[in-house]
Design a protein around this ligand. Structure first.
Ligand code: AMP
Length: 280
């Protein structure tokens, strides 16, 4: 497995692979890898000749009051896991390597990125789209795999690829959960045992609301309020629970088919997100 630390060497290598006719699958991550990330690597492995994993905690998607400085890191563990799953290349730039000090260009999606996490983290998605656009130009992938754990992010990236004509197929990957239902996340590491068991309320509340909405579409607003109360009763501080049309990321209409029921809540200082995507 090759490990690159600089943009230029990584891009040069990717361009050589392209000239040699290889297909490339990219899995962008922030590291501290778990089985959710591994499922993305497995998908890329099945699709492409060369699998690249980027590991970069991207400062531009964190607000000043967020957890950039304490985001968990385990580079050696990550390398071992990537090797186990047959990745060929890791791109792991140092914090100062990814952006020039006077960088002044942003890539910003201005529609699908606005609700949900975009509302509570107003500068988050432009950080994500900017770094992912850069990673796409560096890695030259034919395929890029994004998890539906971060479904809004996946939709925003699909929109960016369409609107800016990146010649890349975005592959959405199913959300991977622990056996008790908690969505796997690097941030679960922050949770105490007590917070972790309380945090199970997020998925439970989403499942209950989903059933209620499927059986009676008119019950949407009430089901969402009930879900918020259930998470709050378990000790969570609810950021949002909302249901949106997956295509527009707007309030579902009579024409809506696929919807996303999404939640974000704090347990202690840890902000967790989860969602259920289904047809109505
Ligand atoms: P992160 O390292 O948290 O930025 O995530 C990197 C990629 O892994 C993103 O595409 C995430 O959506 C995906 N991912 C993270 N957790 C999960 C999970 N539990 N199931 C599926 N994909 C995930």
């Amino acid at each position: 497995m090759k490990i690159f630390k600089t943009r230029r060497e990584f891009q040069q290598y990717a361009l050589e692979l392209k000239r040699a006719g290889k297909t490339i699958g990219l899995v962008p991550t922030m590291g501290f890898l778990h089985d959710g990330h591994m499922s993305l690597i497995d998908i890329a492995r099945a699709k492409a000749d060369v699998v690249m994993v980027s590991i970069f905690v991207n400062p531009t998607q964190f607000a000043p009051n967020e957890d950039f400085d304490r985001y968990p890191r385990d580079f050696d563990g990550d390398v071992a896991k990537c090797a186990d799953h047959g990745a060929d290349v890791i791109f792991a730039p140092e914090p100062g390597e990814m952006y020039d000090a006077d960088a002044s260009v942003w890539v910003e999606e201005t529609s699908l990125s606005r609700p949900l996490c975009g509302r509570s983290r107003p500068t988050f998605y432009r950080g994500v789209t900017t770094v992912v656009a850069k990673l796409f130009l560096l890695a030259q992938p034919d395929y890029a795999v994004f998890g539906l754990k971060d479904a809004q992010q996946c939709f925003v990236i699909q929109k960016m690829v369409r609107d800016l004509d990146f010649p890349i197929e975005i592959i959405p990957a199913p959300l991977v959960r622990d056996s008790d239902g908690l969505a796997l996340s690097s941030r679960n590491r922050y949770l105490s045992a007590d917070e972790r068991s309380r945090a199970l309320s997020i998925h439970r509340a989403l499942l209950t609301a989903k059933e209620e909405i499927i059986s009676d579409r008119q019950a949407m607003a009430a089901a969402i309020e009930k879900a918020k109360s259930a998470i709050a009763a378990a000790g969570g501080r609810v950021d949002y629970v909302d249901i949106l049309d997956c295509r527009t990321m707007e309030v579902p209409t009579a024409d809506s088919r696929q919807v996303i029921l999404a939640a974000a809540a704090f347990f202690g200082t840890t902000r967790l997100i989860d969602n259920e995507i289904f047809e109505i």
